[in-house]
Design a protein around this ligand. Structure first.
Ligand code: AKB
Length: 320
């Protein structure tokens, strides 16, 4: 990777990935692609170039690639699972139409492309425990349908046109920097905000709802390491299971209570999110990623909880 374009650079993953890439590569070579209404601000704006890139407009992608001689594109544009159910047409336009536009530009201009998939690419008929790398993928959400289509389309471009496409299936991502918007796993971020603010957390998912989760620093490292991996070792491309921890609301609230003893949680279920979560795996088997590109997470639930609480208290000026 020499010159990198991040499409969706002001979103939950993009805002942190852009800064991380700028810390690893000359920051002038890492371009933050944004859409109108979500312009970069602060450090993100000041630390490197930015360019208007609406993924639904192939000309804008091509213009940014030409202007900055981009060789690697991180395509992070997507609607998350719950919000996608409310706007399925837009979810398809961005998730699949946008990916097609990106792959076509990449084919013409010889760029590598990273596009995240998700635990949402699996469905009810997938084995839920230690979900294998290669297994049934019949999701019933539009989010899942776009993710499976994206995996297949990306593999097609790799085989048919030699475009260097790579991907990981992200679990729910937890971070204190930018909040997620409209996902099924968002509760695992919101619970920390409630804990540091001394509020009772209203959990939208019932006890026993297990899902894979990951702390953002591990997720960023995965996105960078897969793009830097030796291609001769990759038997898979789109997309690798990655995992670091799996928990349900009871386990994470008990962990938070170890550090915030008076933390309280009540249940106020969201039927849509519950239905989506029930269809997703409880835990993924990430042995292919470990074998093919040495993937290894650094954070477990305890290390993540301590770091989240420390950083959120700092963010809100609350005494440690
Ligand atoms: C969501 O909940 O929609 C995302 C995901 C797991 O892909 N966080």
């Amino acid at each position: 990777m020499k010159n990198i374009l991040i499409i969706g650079a002001t979103g939950q993953i993009g805002s942190e990935l852009t800064m991380k890439l700028r810390s690893l590569y000359p920051s002038g070579n890492v371009v933050a692609g944004y859409i109108k209404g979500a312009e970069p601000k602060g450090d993100l704006l000041e630390s490197g170039p930015s360019h208007l890139v609406d993924i639904t407009d192939p000309a804008q992608i091509a213009e940014a690639v030409d202007k900055y001689q981009v060789d690697t594109i991180y395509n992070l544009a997507a609607l998350l699972s719950a919000v996608a159910e409310a706007r399925p047409q837009l979810a398809w336009k961005i998730g699949v139409g946008g990916l097609y536009n990106t792959l076509e530009v990449a084919r013409e201009k010889n760029c590598a492309v990273f596009t995240p998939s998700s635990i949402g690419s699996f469905g009810e008929s997938t084995p839920h425990e230690k979900t294998p790398q290669d297994t049934v993928q019949r999701p019933e959400t539009i989010y899942g349908v776009t993710k499976v289509t994206g995996e297949l389309l990306s593999d097609y471009y790799a085989k048919r046109f030699g475009v260097d496409t790579r991907s990981v299936r992200f679990p729910g991502l937890i971070s204190y920097v930018a909040p997620p918007g409209g996902g099924t796993t968002d509760y695992a971020v919101d619970i920390f905000y409630a804990a540091v603010k001394g509020e009772t957390f209203k959990c939208p998912l019932k006890p026993g709802t297990f899902m894979d989760m990951m702390y953002m620093p591990d997720a960023l490292r995965a996105a960078i390491e897969i793009m830097e991996a030796d291609p001769s070792r990759l038997r898979h491309r789109n997309s690798f299971n990655i995992a670091s921890m799996s928990f349900d609301p009871e386990i994470i609230s008990a962990k938070i209570r170890e550090y915030v003893p008076d933390f309280k949680m009540v249940y106020e279920l969201d039927p849509l999110r519950q239905k989506i979560a029930d269809s997703w795996p409880d835990s993924l088997d990430d042995s292919c990623a470990r074998y093919e590109w040495d993937w290894k997470p650094e954070y477990n639930l305890d290390a993540m909880t301590r770091d989240m609480l420390t950083n959120l208290r700092k963010k809100f000026g609350i005494a440690q």
